[in-house]
Design a protein around this ligand. Structure first.
Ligand SMILES: NC(=O)c1ccc[n+]([C@@H]2O[C@H](COP(=O)([O-])OP(=O)(O)OC[C@H]3O[C@@H](n4cnc5c(N)ncnc54)[C@H](OP(=O)(O)O)[C@@H]3O)[C@@H](O)[C@H]2O)c1
Length: 287
């Protein structure tokens, strides 16, 4: 029988890498989507060794760049392969950022990486996922959204061109958009063999060395926060569950927490008009 293929973006560290190991351990072919060749190759070797599965490969992709996303999708499409699971875990969340950064496509990088990138990549691979007997698309949001229940997408200025930038605001907005995108895509694909679900990631230990520009005070606060965090491996179990469990093969359009329980999201995020408005502006970015 043909092996099932799982592609995870941002799998060279943290939860994505832990999920890649767990899913490879289950015998899947795993493709890790990374933007840096050295970090990607190091992770690839570790994933192969820890999972005892050599069927792991590296796909170069920078989720901030539409050109890179298209190139990565073309690379996969040229091989005419099916894709069973697509997990969008790559994210831009540099908490030290004080001013917005704009990508070569002239899109604010948090918005580009965390929201526009996953929408574009999914759209370019959807016909490959339709080749799967039961395709699964998994998006990633944050439990932190529960302390911002009234957060809205700034439809008129999602990239902070005219409004004051806050990296936290940009990050949570992008994660809220991913939840709304999940609901929209699940509805679009309701008559297909593809399910679409979102993971609401809780407070998970991060390797703070990966963020060298973070101030001492921020590092100190992270130290305290990490005492209440779960490990990437623990959180990755939900990724693995959503990616591989037969139990949920027909569940779509839901958010899951770290205990694999279905959780709700804000009233705003579930409103169909709000979802359609978001997706209308989102589609304008897809050239
Ligand atoms: N950790 C938490 O407490 C927490 C809480 C809520 C939600 N989350 C979400 O959980 C997911 C995983 O986070 P994590 O804790 O595992 O953090 P992490 O270890 O920092 O992983 C983030 C990954 O995204 C990759 N990435 C960033 N920008 C990219 C780009 N433009 N193109 C391709 N890859 C890119 C990074 O690669 P590089 O090595 O190249 O930077 C890294 O592999 C993220 O979506 C995050 O928003 C985490």
């Amino acid at each position: 029988m043909e092996k099932e293929v799982c592609l995870i973006t941002g799998a060279n560290s943290g939860i994505g890498k832990a999920a890649a190991i767990q899913i490879a351990q289950k015998g899947f072919r795993v493709i890790i989507g990374c933007r840096n060749k050295e970090r990607g190759t190091t992770a690839l070797v570790e994933i192969q060794e820890k999972s005892n599965n050599k069927d792991v490969e590296l796909l170069m992709i920078d989720m901030v760049s539409q050109k890179s996303i298209k190139h990565a999708a073309d690379t996969l499409r040229a091989r005419n392969m099916k894709l069973d699971i697509l997990i969008h875990t790559a994210a831009d969340f540099d908490i030290s950022r004080k001013v917005p950064l704009y990508s070569k496509d002239n899109v604010e990088t948090v918005w580009a990486t965390n929201h526009i990138g996953p929408v574009l990549f999914t759209s370019l691979l959807i016909d490959r996922i339709k080749q799967s007997e039961q395709g699964r698309i998994i998006t990633i949001a944050s439990k932190g959204l529960t302390i911002h229940p009234f957060l809205r997408i700034n439809i008129n200025d999602p990239e902070f061109r005219d409004s004051r930038f806050s990296v936290a605001r940009a990050y949570y907005q992008s994660k809220l958009a991913q939840i709304m995108y999940t609901y929209w895509l699940a509805e679009e694909l309701k008559n297909s063999n593809i399910t679409v679900n979102c993971i609401r990631v809780t407070n998970v230990k991060i390797d703070i060395q990966r963020y060298p520009y973070v101030s001492k005070i921020m590092k100190f606060m992270y130290d305290i926060k990490s005492k209440f965090s779960i490990s990437p491996e623990q959180m990755a179990r939900t990724y693995t569950y959503l990616a591989t469990s037969q139990e949920i093969s027909s569940i779509s359009g839901k958010c899951f927490d770290e205990k694999n329980k279905i959780v709700t999201s804000s009233g705003y995020s579930k409103n169909k008009n709000n979802i359609n408005t978001l997706m209308n502006i989102t589609m304008k970015y897809l050239k």
